[in-house]
Design a protein around this ligand. Structure first.
Ligand code: MG
Length: 380
């Protein structure tokens, strides 16, 4: 038997929840294209993202630790894959569209700068002097609608409306999106938002313990960590204790999220995608009590991990690199690759696009080259 696109579309209509986004009912692409024989529009978008250069560069972008810190720390690529995996699993459990959730998960960090959030802050500060700012969701959308080139016929990857809408995920409650006119994106997109949180909280604990910045004993102050321990049979001295704990913690979070989301959908009597778009509150959410514990965990990570001296040292170094590159490229726009200058936008925008696209290594190498040149010139 062979199942082609039309079969998959039919199956979605028959088996997915009424409030799931169906590929056959997509609002389509900016530049109309004939449908693929094999894949639904969302599956095709996923493949376009995986084949893009921005996606491959995620492997060289910092999550928390810079790329060369060690083999087992998460890069932004590993993070994106974990987000996609969690999104897919939970979408399946909720009767949502797995392909759409996976696609948004893989794409959600495409616009991220090198050097993680520190890099993003530095670029934002540089742009503020020009009356601009940096927002990584907006940049991710810019990557897929403009900077990535797939075909000569149109700019960007020409993704489906639902994928683009899902990539603009941080939407203030009570305000309709200027892009889609909806209050909230699909449930699949809302699910990716929470999968992002579950992924980073857990892998950052794992990486923090690996780096010996965090320890299981200090995490014991947190209710969620103690709760996760109840389901782990190994003790602290076991070599796989930490992985078992992370797995148990992820399970706790998934269970609460699935149950509470299902409750919200039922209570609000959500029966269609349109109703999801018109609802101002998030329908994918942890229960109130659990959300409060998750906030405590997040606060703990900020205090003990993201703002720990070792991490701050790397952050400062990354920020220095970005500030220097920004000033140098503004002064010498001829150094900006044609890919970015071809947009014909103001130099400051070209510099933003160029820096945001860099991997940590690329930025460091360019910094070394330009720094050395600037230094040797001043010596002469
Ligand atoms: Mg993320």
């Amino acid at each position: 038997m062979i199942f082609l696109r039309a079969d998959i579309e039919r199956r979605e209509l028959q088996t997915l929840a009424p409030y799931a986004a169906k590929s056959a009912e997509s609002r389509g692409r900016d530049f109309p294209e004939p449908e693929d024989f094999l894949r639904t529009c969302f599956q095709r978008d996923r493949d376009r993202i995986i084949h893009s250069k921005s996606f491959r560069r995620l492997k060289g972008k910092t999550q928390v630790f810079v790329a060369h810190y060690g083999d087992h720390y998460r890069s932004r690529l590993a993070h994106s894959m974990e987000v996609a995996q969690l999104s897919r699993d939970m979408a399946r459990a909720l009767g949502l569209n797995e392909d759409l959730a996976e696609t948004i998960g893989l794409a959600h960090d495409l616009g991220h700068t090198p050097f993680g959030h520190a890099g993003q802050e530095a670029l934002n500060d540089c742009l503020a002097k020009h009356g601009l700012g940096f927002e990584h969701n907006e940049q991710s959308r810019r990557v897929v609608t403009l900077l990535e080139q797939k075909k000569p016929d149109y700019p960007g990857l020409n993704l489906s409306f639902e994928v683009l809408d899902g990539m603009m995920k941080h939407r203030e409650s009570g305000e309709a999106s200027a892009f889609s006119g909806t209050f909230k994106p699909s449930l699949e997109a809302q699910l990716v938002d929470l999968s992002d949180k579950i992924a980073y909280l857990n892998h950052d604990i794992d990486d923090g313990i690996r780096a010996r910045i965090l320890s299981s004993e200090t995490l014991d102050t947190l209710f969620l960590w103690r709760k996760a321990k109840e389901n782990v049979r190994a003790d602290l001295s076991h070599p796989h204790f930490v992985s078992a704990m992370i797995s148990s913690l992820i399970t706790l979070m998934i269970k609460d999220l699935l149950e509470n989301t299902n409750r919200l959908i039922t209570e609000r009597k959500i029966e269609s995608v349109d109703q999801v778009y018109k609802t101002k509150e998030s329908l994918v959410a942890f229960s109130d009590g659990f959300a409060a514990e998750v906030r405590l965990l997040k606060g703990f990570l900020y205090d003990r991990f993201y703002n720990s001296p070792g991490i701050l040292e790397y952050n400062n170094r990354g920020q220095q690199v970005i500030r220097f590159l920004f000033e140098e490229l503004i002064k010498k726009p001829s150094l900006i690759p044609e890919k970015f200058s071809a947009s014909g936008e103001a130099v400051v925008i070209q510099v933003k696009d160029h820096i945001a696209s860099m991997t940590d290594d690329y930025a460091m190498d360019l910094y070394d080259k330009l720094h050395w040149k600037a230094f040797s010139r001043s010596e002469i």
